[in-house]
Design a protein around this ligand. Structure first.
Ligand SMILES: Nc1ncnc2c1ncn2[C@@H]1O[C@H](COP(=O)(O)OP(=O)(O)OP(=O)(O)O)[C@@H](O)[C@H]1O
Ligand SMILES: [Zn+2]
Length: 755
């Protein structure tokens, strides 16, 4: 893959240059065109070009010097916009993404400049409006009423219209002549105005302006550092803001954003997923309520027209605050002064299809290119970001106390091995402790949250008597049960074992595949607490548009006593009346075949626990688990990130896992099992030849999710201390290999998902 920056742009009257153009449309065609004299064509510009016998549109990827054979090139027709739509910084970022993640530059440009934004069909709509400066004097009106009733009617309407302006279309048909005559007589003006398609137009919720809070000492110190980074970004490093749940990180973001805006700069706020962080969005909108029309929200549910308008508003500097999910990292903000990445540890920042970039890492890079200040915030930072503070790449700021002096919630761990014996037959869902605690909350009129992370497919074997989980002797990850061939398999190194009939540890025959979901919980709870009001938040229950918003609003209004949910309720929620959080099966995410299982469990428990006791009332958290001594659970119980990260980093170091190495996955997929496997074996052989030093090549293994969407999947895990040589090597081999038609191969750099 060639870098689009590799060839320098030398554009003057004397050296003719060609434009390399990515043609709009699904097929990622790239052609060179000669640039006609006098046309200022720069990378990132939108152009009209001849394609076969038609005219097409495209985006200039780069300008390149002509080669010998280029004499017969066709000329491009015209520039669509005089200014490049993609800023130089974003082009540079795109180029980095293409090379780092091994994606085609075309696919990256598609993310940077999405379809809805490119297509001229979506371009801004305009309309004709009639405008007056105020109500016409009574004598004029009296005259018109007699002689020209139609003109009289129009002026009466205008006199009461907001801003004294009305769309011509709204006046109804048959008024054209009257309007012309009135314009001529100086009774009104006719103007053309742009119509903004506002994604928030139907949001009736009133937004009240919030005033800045006076900061506590920790917040003030943190803000100071962020402000100096905003003032002098060239000198600043990326900042990791590690603040416990409820420590007031958002207030620091808000005040830092205010300063950047005051300096005439713009602000980009990234959140893990717009629909899951409604409160963060609302808090930004409230704080900047006075400039509400300068706040743009970018997310995947925008219509093409809305996206077009929001994007161009941002590009033109009319929207100076952008709040958005992952892809908003490409928002074309001019004069970017500050990037905030909230909940930086969240997996949703990683795109799971091409280009497979990590939004947080791209944000860090963009900040360096701009340059601008960047703050990554979390109560449970990713070990990648944490490690970057240890090696001095990032600056660490901490908030160790809750903002308004509340204490951290008390976390109790319930050993479910002891409970299981009381529940012969079905799974123990509710321990006695949790049941009693729920009863107490119902009596006192306080609210509770029950959390169950029923995600994933891979199931592990666990002994219900001693809690033992079958693990790989070489990799310290749980073995995955494969039903088809009745085996336990390690998905890191390929180790296999038979399925034990008894627990290998305590010889109890009660060794079980674990599993029950939120729906079952709701059913059980309704029987245990017939008088209580429940709601369930998970992907199944929240399909209806606005279902999540409405349910959260009902919970806030205390129309719901107990909220049951998956990770959808884990983050960003702030409900002061919630005093109890129950985590039903903390082990669920722990024993999946992924070296990050422990880290995710720690993060999840800490985040969910952080929803309790955020008001004046103290919070309590009850964690149900079969492995009460697991470090993820014990350190989360004590809200101890340092303790957790220390022991987890040691494990990562021993096995050369991230953050000590980059880890990538190469996956083959096919409806034909043998061909998927064989293709990957061929690639494995080629990768092994001339393997650059420092790269560890894993074996060809079935993916944990061996069959998905009717396709068989196999994978190879690769590790390397340096990222670039790994990507380059894989890309080179892939370029040289012709794949069978029905096999696709996917390369995922810095993979977060090993399924
Ligand atoms: N300086 C302050 N004085 C008083 N209250 C504050 C202050 N800063 C923040 N708060 C309040 O403390 C609560 C928690 O703050 P916030 O939600 O910003 O924390 P957070 O660190 O973002 O939490 P989380 O990571 O759990 O989402 C909010 O109600 C906020 O208004
Ligand atoms: Zn192993």
């Amino acid at each position: 893959m060639k870098s689009i920056l590799a060839r320098r742009t030398r554009h003057s009257k004397f050296t003719p240059v060609n434009a390399r153009v990515l043609i709009d449309g699904p097929s990622e065609l790239v052609f060179d065109y000669a640039i006609p004299a006098g046309l200022d064509v720069r990378p990132g510009c939108r152009v009209r070009i001849p394609l076969r016998r038609k005219s097409a549109t495209g985006t200039v990827l780069s300008t390149v010097e002509p080669e010998q054979a280029d004499f017969a090139l066709r000329e491009l027709e015209s520039l669509i916009d005089p200014e490049p739509l993609i800023t130089p910084v974003l082009l540079r970022t795109a180029d980095w993404i293409a090379r780092y993640y091994g994606s085609s530059i075309e696919s990256v440009i598609r993310s940077v400049l999405p379809e809805g934004v490119r297509s001229e069909e979506n371009s801004a709509k305009t309309r004709r409006v009639a405008v007056v400066d105020g109500a016409a004097p009574p004598e004029v009106m009296a005259k018109l009423e007699k002689r020209a009733p139609r003109q009289f009617a129009i002026l009466s309407l205008l006199a009461h219209a907001p801003g004294f302006r009305l769309a011509v279309a709204d006046l109804g048909d048959g008024n054209a002549a009257a309007l012309k005559a009135m314009e001529k007589a100086g009774l009104l003006r006719l103007e053309t105005e742009e119509i903004r398609r506002d994604p928030d137009a139907d949001n009736v919720e009133e937004i009240l302006e919030s005033k800045p809070l006076s900061l506590n000492a920790g917040q003030a110190a943190a803000l100071d550092v962020v402000l100096s980074a905003v003032a002098d970004p060239e000198k600043a490093r990326p900042i990791l803001l590690l603040g416990v749940t409820g420590s007031g990180k958002t207030e620091v973001y808000l005040q830092a954003a205010r300063r950047a805006l005051d300096l005439g700069k713009t602000v980009l706020v990234l959140v893990p997923e717009i629909s899951l962080t409604p409160q963060t969005v609302r808090r930004f909108k409230s704080r900047f309520a006075a400039m509400q029309d300068q706040v743009a929200v970018l997310h995947s549910n925008l219509s093409q027209g809305e996206r077009f308008d929001e994007w161009h508003r941002i590009r033109k500097g009319r929207a100076r605050i952008v709040i958005g999910a992952r892809s908003a990292v490409f928002a074309p903000l001019p004069e970017l002064g500050l990037i905030l990445v909230d909940e930086e540890h969240e997996n949703t920042y990683k795109q799971e299809n091409v280009p497979r970039y990590h939004g947080r890492d791209v944000a860090v890079l963009r900040a360096a290119f701009e340059p601008c200040a960047i703050v990554l915030g979390s109560a449970t930072p990713s070990l990648e970001s944490w490690n970057n503070t240890l090696i001095g790449k990032y600056e660490l700021l901490r908030l160790d106390q809750r903002a308004d002096g509340q204490s951290m919630p008390l976390v109790r761990v319930v050993d479910m091995r002891l409970e299981q014996t009381k529940h012969k037959g079905g799974p123990a869902i509710l321990s006695d402790k949790l049941r009693t605690a729920l009863e107490q909350r119902l009596e006192k009129g306080e609210q509770s949250i029950l959390f169950l992370n029923r995600r994933g497919f891979a199931r592990s074997l666990q002994c219900t008597a001693c809690g033992h989980v079958c693990q790989c002797p070489h990799c310290a990850v749980a073995l995955t049960y494969h039903r088809t061939d009745e085996r336990l398999v390690c998905h890191v190194c390929g180790y296999q074992s038979i399925v034990p009939r008894k627990c290998p540890e305590c010889r109890d025959p009660g060794i079980l595949l674990q599993g029950y979901g939120t729906q079952k919980v709701e059913e059980v709870m309704a029987k245990v607490f017939p008088q209580a009001k429940f709601a369930r938040i998970d992907a199944d229950a929240m399909r209806r548009k606005n279902a999540l918003r409405d349910t959260l609003a009902a919970f806030k209004a205390h129309k719901i006593d107990i909220l049951i949910g998956t990770q959808m309720i884990a983050k960003g929620l702030h409900f002061p009346n919630v005093t109890l959080v129950g985590i039903l099966n903390a082990d669920l995410g722990l024993h999946v075949p992924d070296f990050r299982a422990g880290e995710r469990t720690f993060q999840l428990i800490t985040q969910v626990a952080g929803r309790a006791g955020r008001g004046d009332l103290e919070g309590e958290v009850i964690v149900q688990t079969f492995t009460p001594h697991s470090p993820s659970i014990q350190f989360a119980r004590k809200h101890d990130f340092d303790g957790y990260s220390e022991q987890e980093m040691e494990f990562r170091r021993q096995f050369s896992f991230p953050p000590y190495a980059h880890c990538a996955v190469l996956t083959s997929r096919s409806t034909h099992e043998r061909r998927a496997e064989f293709t990957l074996q061929t690639l494995h052989l080629r990768l092994a030849e001339d393997l650059p030093p420092g790269i560890t090549l894993g074996e060809v293994l079935p993916s944990p999710l061996i069959r998905s969407h009717g396709q068989f999947r196999f994978q190879i895990t690769l590790r390397s201390h340096r990222a670039r040589p790994l990507t380059r090597h894989v890309q080179q081999i892939l370029a040289k290999t012709t794949l069978p038609e029905d096999v696709t191969v996917v390369f995922d750099m810095d993979a977060l998902n090993f399924s």
